[in-house]
Design a protein around this ligand. Structure first.
Ligand code: SIN
Ligand code: CO
Length: 404
């Protein structure tokens, strides 16, 4: 099964306009070899469907979202070089008094609240599904900026409206940067940019992890950040420990010290060696199949998303009837899928759960992985209908009217 997306459908399809003879595949390869995780790149006019981009939301809708409970929103303001931040949700009145300049409203997980973001994620399908984080949207008044900082992940900054100037640092040496101590925001001290680019609507700026960047709104502007996450060793270790909690015997049981009030060198040494030994033992005792299953669930486990509770569970036959009547089965916002095949069979991971996918044809499986909306023509096989109903019942897919 070949599931590499056609490079002509990706955000990089028109990168490097100074090389008019390159194919989309050559552009993608050049990006991956020379820019990905190495240096920033401006992608002028990367978004071709401007109407779809601008219909996602405007500044007022973003402000409305920032007033809803449970939303991860913040406002960053600055006065000269002094930066401060406030956390949401906000009172609607906050925006009436905030002023005309030098502030930014940032809202995370906008794709989990509003429809229409999937085509943007599809432009990034050269990375695995599980690396797609949620979409953050910012509205900045003129002069608005969140200050010079770096992120720990790759980010594609999509200019939705207005004009923003970006100052960019040099090498990716994020860990060595001096942090500013005069603000709660994680800002870099003494930032001296070595490149400046300006983004207009439809332009995209790629920023690799660790590269310092500083965006300043030249006009009121909306910017969408599509972040690509890579779990840290910390994330994986905690997920491993959480999954193995019931399997591992007690990790620390050293000889009793003479003075029970003291943390002794013996206890410390025992803790270190037992932890190491137990971790290695638990890894070695896990079969390749069980490890793959754990990894598939860990990587697809949703971050901010709680699965939707379907109104009522549905059987494969009931799903077939819904689809025949014109409904479509759609991936719930934020759900990431991953397939793995080994000696035990084929598994589809969705939202941190494992589903058996042995009896599906490659074509039916590819429909689940490659498209986010499936209709009756994609789900003709009994096994595909069964999997579709299981994903629906778990909240990872939902039924809606066919938008076409
Ligand atoms: C912003 O949208 O203002 C900041 C995005 C970023 O720098 O990562
Ligand atoms: Co950033």
């Amino acid at each position: 099964m070949s599931r590499r997306p056609d490079p002509a459908t990706l955000m990089l399809a028109r990168a490097f306009p100074e090389q008019p003879d390159w194919s989309a595949a050559e552009r993608l390869t050049h990006f991956l070899d020379h820019y990905w995780q190495q240096q920033s790149l401006l992608l002028p006019g990367a978004i071709t469907d401007m109407a779809a981009l601008q219909s996602l939301l405007d500044g007022d809708e973003l402000a409305g979202l920032a007033c809803e409970p449970g939303i991860d929103a913040r406002i960053v303001r600055h006065s000269g070089d002094h930066f401060s931040s406030e956390s949401g949700p906000f009172d609607g009145e906050r925006f009436a008094t905030i002023g005309e300049a030098d502030w930014t409203l940032l809202v995370n997980g906008v794709d989990l609240e509003l429809p229409g973001f999937e085509p943007l994620f599809a432009l990034l399908r050269f990375v695995p599904d599980w690396r797609l984080d949620d979409a953050m949207v910012s509205f900045a008044a003129p002069g608005g900026s969140v200050g010079p900082h770096f992120d720990h992940y790759d980010v594609f900054l999509v200019q939705m409206a207005g004009r923003r100037r970006w100052e960019l640092g040099g090498a990716c040496d994020g860990a060595d940067r001096q942090r500013r101590s005069d603000t709660d925001l994680d800002l870099v001290a003494d930032f001296v940019p070595d490149t400046t680019v300006t983004c207009e609507p439809g332009d995209v700026l790629y920023v690799p992890p660790g590269l310092v960047h500083h965006g300043v709104a030249e006009t009121p502007c909306l910017t969408l950040s599509l972040g690509l996450r890579a779990p840290s060793a910390d994330d994986l270790l905690s997920a491993w420990a959480a999954a193995g909690r019931n399997r591992l015997p007690l990790a620390l049981d050293p000889p009793l010290p003479a003075d029970p009030g003291r943390l002794t060198a013996e206890t410390i040494a025992a803790a270190r060696s037992q932890l190491r030994q137990q971790f290695l033992q638990s890894l070695d005792a896990t079969s390749p199949e069980a490890f793959a299953r754990w990894l598939g669930t860990a990587l697809t486990r949703p971050g901010r998303l709680t699965p939707l509770a379907p109104p009522a569970s549905i059987s494969a036959a009931e799903l077939a009837a819904e689809l025949a009547a014109g409904a479509v089965l759609e991936r719930s916002p934020g759900t990431r899928l991953l397939v793995h095949e080994d000696a035990l069979g084929r598994t589809l991971f969705a939202g941190g759960q494992a589903f058996r996918a042995d009896d599906l044809s490659e074509t039916a499986l590819a429909a689940f992985i490659d498209s986010t909306v499936l209709d009756a023509s994609d789900l003709t096989e009994a096994a595909a209908l069964k999997l579709g109903s299981e994903l629906y019942n778990a909240g990872w897919m939902l039924l809606s009217e066919d938008p076409a």
